[in-house]
Every structure is written in structure tokens, then in C-alpha cells.
Design a binder for this molecule. Structure first.
Ligand code: PRX
Length: 657
């Protein structure tokens, strides 16, 4: 545990408000709150300075910002390359510094340490492989890989040649991957034979094959993760499937990074919204990278000797920004871990942190809740004295969990940075800075310098302190904010720019002001849930359930869960001739796993004779949600079928009034 000094409580009446120690303040890149005031004078100049100082440009921009609501651009006319910024420019000063420390799940395998030069070489070679396979600037490449260094190699190789990557979470099913591949018309897919999870080899290639049948796919590159002793069977389709190592053996190390205009898409990342179909969120190159660079540096206060570990999977935005573009663009050493936190026991993450002297640790509240449940003996067993900063992301963190993290992982000596952000924002947007503070449990903190946040009521008026409203952002929009939804401008406009008009970015999160500067985020206000930190929409799971031949209709709502934050609960109407049974239930669960993946598996299923509906036929998920948590129900008289409410209450065992 960290030997100190402890964070400071300045005001005895505010025992839950922590401030950085002098040591932390002095060490930090940002040690006073002046940055907020300075940035607010001209956010455009502020970001322009950051982009100039943080990134290496091939050509300077002509104009800093242009807003054509709901579209906007940053650094217009400038040219740069993201892979150059993550690799080439470090070679002279950090060539031999370790960029990635990879830990396999099986403990008998040794860690891999890849230097910046080593990573650069791999990326040069693989970018040439992609070129040979016919991938050109603007083409889409689907990446379906677990947490192995080749996933970063694949992403940076796409960036090097101006291709757009679309990484899909490897625990998603093949058919889910296929939907995304079809939407973005990926030409080439990159996957692997499999990976280790909970001590077992999991085959991925057979899932990738489902997506490889999409019309656009010409080639599939397969990384060999397993050794020859691992007995798994995978099929390689002649002419389409190619082994990564064979291609790499013949590839040249000479690869020029292609400069692209600032606003060129760098990647797509599909995420869940209120409809069943995931949206391809578009992130650009310069704005995104500026935000990735500076949020990594400022939030995690990265210095040359730091070892940064973000436990997110690369399939999510947190993985993209804080397991690839952020740490690599600042030239940090980062840890990535292939497997499960309980392998072989609940001490594994702390063992890794101890082994590699991790100094900055960033994880999700759901993981901390699990550690809390498993007991302090696990972290207590390891030397975590190198830790300086702790972070959380993905969902609101409750008071008890925050304090457990603070006390048992760092002995009250590290700032706990609660970072609020979204797939759409590209980088963190609301959090305390480690050298500035304050760190207040359940309060995310302050909007990042140079960003203009507000909390509005239903009518669009700013709320007063303590009132809950909707979190929004105003122009100039953060450079990392999404630039569109792939092939769907309507969705882009409707989802983010219609609630308060095209000049206000709507987050779909509820929030309130804790004080003049600090924001407490209360969670999603739409039909999106966070299940163990994973974003999942009701409609997406309902679509998967309804695709089962024996289901007529379903409604999926979140239920609070002690560890996972929320879990999906399904209400299902079966065909009249079908009787509910454990077999039907199992086959519906199987269908959900096939369509989406195990993360979407309903926690509980109720077979019902009907669902609450409005007169126009819309399912009122709100009633179901309230029944599940014994909350006071709204007025049921406006329903088409009010008699369904007492029936559902009885079925679920409603204890409310
Ligand atoms: O509801 C907010 C919640 O996660 C949502 C975004 O999910 P996703 O796109 O998967 O990105 C997660 C990682 C950036 C938000 O709309 N959320 C994220 N961070 C926090 C949070 N809620 C409260 N506090 C946070 N720190």
C-alpha cells in the first residue's frame, strides 16, 4: 500500500472532500485551478495550443475551429498521422523504452515487453501487409482481437495508411461482429485463433468466420495466439484466410506514415443506443488525438517513469483511448492483461500491479465492487506502494465503493479520479485533475479545461444547484467529440442534436451541480443500461430475444445489482401454443448469446401474458422498471391495458405502495 503522504481534508465540516497533498500538487502537470479560468477565456486558443504542443504535424492547420451545427471541425487543413504520433516521434528519445507490457492469463507464459522501436517495426510491417492486401486510405478494416499486443499493432497499422479501423469486442458473438462489418463494409478482418479466458482456450476464429461471410470481406488475417500444444481446431479458408506470422515474415519494415487532414476519420466504434441497431460512432484524427493525448497526460499525470494500467478491453472506447492512442501518444509504458481478474484467484490484478510497479491504475466501479466483495486480503497480500493515482470510469461510483478503493488500494494516499465520458466523447470530459482536486466520492468533478458543460431542465433552462437535469455541452465542442454516425446522418442529428437544438450536444445522462464547479452524474436517462460497465440497450436485447421463433414480443429493463451496477431483466410474451419451461428459457438465453454475446444474457426472465402499452401501442418499460425496484408507479389509467399492472405486480412480487 502507498506509504503516503495522505490526501488532505481542508475543511472539518467537509470530511468527504479530499485535496491533493503538496507532493502530488508539485509533481502534477496541472497543479492549480488557474488552467480552468485561462482556458475559459478562449477555449479555441486553449485547444489550439494543446494541439500544437502535444502533437507532431506534417502541415499546420489554416483554421482552428468551424461550427456548422450540428457539424463542427477542428484544425482545418492541418495534416498529421496518428501512428506517427504514437511511434515514430518517440524513436529518438524513447526507442528502447517499453511501450507495452503484456501479461497472458496462464501464469506459465512469460510476459512480453515491447519497446517503442519494437512496436514501430511491427506496425511498419503490418501496415505494408495491409497495403499488399489492397487496403487503401479510407477503407474500413474490422478488428476482432482480444487483449494481445497485436490488437494495438493492427489499429496503428490502419492509422498509418489512413484506413479506418472498427474494433469489435472479442466477447461479442460472430453475428454481432457481422452486423458491424456489414454496416461499415469492411474489406479485411483481423482476428486470431483464440485466447485464454478463465483457464480455458476460447476459439475466436469460428466466430470471426460468421462475419467473414459478409459480402464486403475479401481477406481475413489470423494471429496465432495458441502454441502448437493447445489442441483447438480452426478452419482456414483457402484464398481468404491468411496467417499473420506468415505475412509478417515477408513484410518490409519500410513504411511511411501517410499524413491525413485533421478531420479524417481515424476509427469507427459501434455503440448501443435506444434502437436495436448499434451506431457506428465516427472519431476523427486530430481532434480525437489531441484529447486522447492531453487527457492522458493531465488526468493520469503521466511522467517518464510511470507505468499506466487501464483494465478496459480494447473493444470499448476506454480501451481505444487509454490502452492505445493516449498512452502511446504521450510515450508511456502501459500494461495490458489478457485474462480474467480471478485467475487463478482474486489477487491476480494486484499481483500484476506489484510485479510491474504500476503507478496509475484505472478501472470500472463494477470491478472494484467485486474486489470489495472478495475481501481486503487479496490486495493486502501485495506491495502496491508504487501506486500514485487511481481512476474509475463507466458508471456512477457509490460512496462505499469509492472509500473501499481509496482506503484498501492506496491507504488514502492517491487521488481517485472519477472520469465521466462516453464512446461519443472520445476522451474524458468531466473529472478532477490529480494536482488540483477536489476528490469527492460520487462526484465526477469539473468539466475538462476548455470544455463548456451545462445542466439543463426539460425546457432547456440551466438548473439550480442540487436540481437534477440533463448534462449537455456547448460550443466550441470538445475536439474529441464524435463527428457523425457512419452512413446515418439522421441518427447523428436525432440522437445528439435534437433535444435542445443543433447547437447543444445532448449526452442522455442525468446530472446535478454539487457546487459551482463540480458535477455529480446520476446515470442514463434513456433506455441504455450499464451492465458491469458495458453499454447495452434495451432494444438491442429485445431484438435478439424476439428473433427467437417462439417469442412474440419482449421488453428488457435494467434492475440494480450490487456488483454489476445493473443487470438486464426480460419480460417475454411467448406464442400462445408455447408453454414456458426451463428449456424455452435456455434456448432464449442461447439466442441472446448468439446474437449479441454473453454480456447481454438476461439475468432473470419473466414469461408474461402481456406488457404495459400506451394507447398508441408503445411498450412502457418505465412501469416494468418501477415494478422491479418496488418504486411508486405512475398513472396507469392512460395505458391501453391497465389491468396488466396488478398482474405484473403479483408476478414479480412487487412490495411498493
Ligand atoms: O451513463 C454514462 C456512463 O457511461 C455512459 C457511456 O458509456 P460508454 O459509451 O460505454 O462509455 C463508457 C466509458 C467512457 C455515460 O453516458 N458513465 C461513464 N462514466 C461515468 C458514467 N456515469 C457516471 N460516472 C462516470 N464516471
Amino acid at each position: 500500500m502507498s506509504p503516503g503522504p495522505k490526501l488532505v481534508v481542508k475543511d472539518k465540516n467537509k470530511k468527504n472532500v479530499f485535496w491533493p497533498s503538496d507532493e502530488m500538487r508539485e509533481r502534477a502537470w496541472v497543479g492549480t485551478d488557474r488552467i480552468y479560468k485561462d482556458a475559459a477565456k478562449s477555449p479555441k486558443d486553449f485547444w489550439a495550443n494543446l494541439a500544437r504542443d502535444g502533437l507532431t504535424w506534417s502541415k499546420p492547420w489554416k483554421k482552428v475551429y468551424e461550427g456548422k451545427p450540428p457539424y463542427f471541425k477542428w484544425f482545418l487543413g492541418g495534416q498529421l498521422n496518428a501512428s506517427y504520433n504514437c511511434l515514430d516521434r518517440h524513436l529518438e528519445t524513447r526507442g528502447n523504452k517499453v511501450a507495452i507490457i503484456w501479461e497472458a492469463e496462464p501464469e506459465f507464459e512469460r510476459e512480453r515487453k515491447i519497446t517503442y522501436r519494437g512496436l514501430y517495426r511491427e506496425v511498419c510491417k503490418f501496415s505494408n501487409v495491409l497495403r499488399k492486401l489492397g487496403v487503401k486510405k479510407g477503407d474500413r478494416v474490422g478488428i476482432y482481437l482480444p487483449m494481445i499486443p497485436e490488437v494495438m499493432v493492427a489499429m496503428l497499422s490502419c492509422a498509418r495508411i489512413g484506413a479506418i479501423h472498427s474494433v469489435v469486442f472479442s466477447a461479442f458473438s460472430g453475428s454481432n461482429f457481422k452486423k458491424r462489418v456489414e454496416d461499415c463494409e469492411a474489406k479485411v478482418l483481423i482476428t486470431c485463433d483464440g485466447y485464454y479466458r478463465r483457464g480455458k482456450p476460447i476459439v475466436l476464429k469460428n466466430q470471426a468466420d460468421v462475419a467473414a461471410s459478409a459480402k464486403s470481406v475479401k481477406k481475413v488475417v489470423v494471429v496465432k495466439r495458441f502454441d502448437n500444444k493447445t489442441k483447438v481446431k480452426i478452419a482456414m479458408k483457402k484464398g481468404r484466410d491468411l496467417w499473420y506470422h506468415n505475412l509478417m515474415a515477408k513484410a518490409s519494415e519500410d513504411s511511411k506514415a501517410v499524413p491525413v487532414e485533421s478531420n479524417t476519420p481515424l476509427f469507427l466504434l459501434y455503440t448501443s443506443g435506444t434502437t436495436g441497431k448499434p451506431k457506428g460512432v465516427i472519431h476523427d484524427t486530430a481532434g480525437y488525438l489531441t484529447q486522447a493525448y492531453w487527457t492522458t497526460l493531465f488526468n493520469f499525470d503521466i511522467h517518464e517513469d510511470d507505468v499506466f494500467w487501464c483494465t478496459a478491453d480494447i473493444g470499448w472506447i476506454t480501451g481505444h483511448t487509454y490502452n492505445c492512442y493516449g498512452p502511446l501518444s504521450v510515450g508511456a509504458t502501459m500494461v495490458i492483461y489478457e485474462g480474467s481478474p480471478d485467475m487463478p484467484d482474486w489477487g491476480r490484478l494486484w499481483k500484476i500491479a506489484d510485479k510491474f510497479d504500476v503507478s496509475v491504475f484505472y478501472t470500472a466501479p463494477t470491478a472494484i465492487r467485486m474486489f470489495k466483495k472478495m475481501g481486503v486480503k487479496w490486495p493486502a497480500h501485495y506491495d502496491l506502494s508504487t501506486l500514485r493515482i487511481l481512476g474509475t470510469v463507466g458508471e456512477p461510483i457509490d460512496m462505499e465503493t469509492w472509500h473501499w478503493y481509496f482506503k484498501h488500494i492506496c491507504n488514502n494516499c492517491c487521488p481517485v479520479i472519477d472520469t465521466w465520458w462516453q464512446t461519443e466523447t472520445g476522451g474524458t470530459l468531466v473529472n478532477a485533475l490529480p494536482g488540483v482536486g477536489p476528490f469527492i466520492p460520487t462526484v465526477a468533478g469539473r468539466p475538462f479545461p476548455g470544455t463548456v458543460a451545462d445542466i439543463l431542465d426539460d425546457k432547456g433552462k440551466p438548473v439550480k444547484k442540487g436540481e437534477t437535469g440533463y448534462l449537455v455541452f456547448r460550443p466550441p465542442f470538445p475536439p474529441g467529440l464524435l463527428r457523425g454516425v457512419w452512413k446515418n446522418p439522421k441518427k447523428y442529428r436525432d440522437t445528439y442534436w435534437s433535444e435542445y437544438g443543433p447547437k447543444v450536444y445532448y449526452t442522455s445522462d442525468g446530472a446535478k451541480w454539487y457546487d459551482k464547479h463540480n458535477i455529480r452524474v446520476t446515470g442514463r436517462v434513456d433506455d441504455v443500461m450499464k451492465v458491469a460497465g458495458h453499454r447495452l440497450s434495451s432494444a438491442e436485447v429485445e431484438d435478439a430475444i424476439t428473433s427467437h421463433p417462439e417469442v412474440i414480443v419482449s421488453a428488457v429493463v435494467p434492475k440494480p445489482d450490487e456488483i454489476r451496477g445493473q443487470v438486464p431483466v426480460a419480460f417475454i410474451v411467448l406464442r400462445p401454443e408455447v408453454k414456458p419451461s426451463p428449456e424455452v428459457e435456455a434456448s432464449i438465453v442461447k439466442q441472446v448469446k448468439k446474437e449479441i454475446g454473453p454480456t447481454a444474457k438476461p439475468h432473470q426472465i419473466f414469461f408474461v401474458k402481456g406488457l404495459p402499452k400506451t394507447r398508441s401501442g408503445k411498450i412502457m418499460r418505465r412501469f416494468l422498471r418501477s415494478i422491479l425496484v418496488n418504486e411508486k408507479l405512475g398513472d396507469a389509467s392512460t395505458l391501453q391495458n391497465p389491468e396488466i399492472v396488478p398482474y405484473l405486480k403479483k408476478l414479480v412480487g412487487y412490495r411498493g405502495k
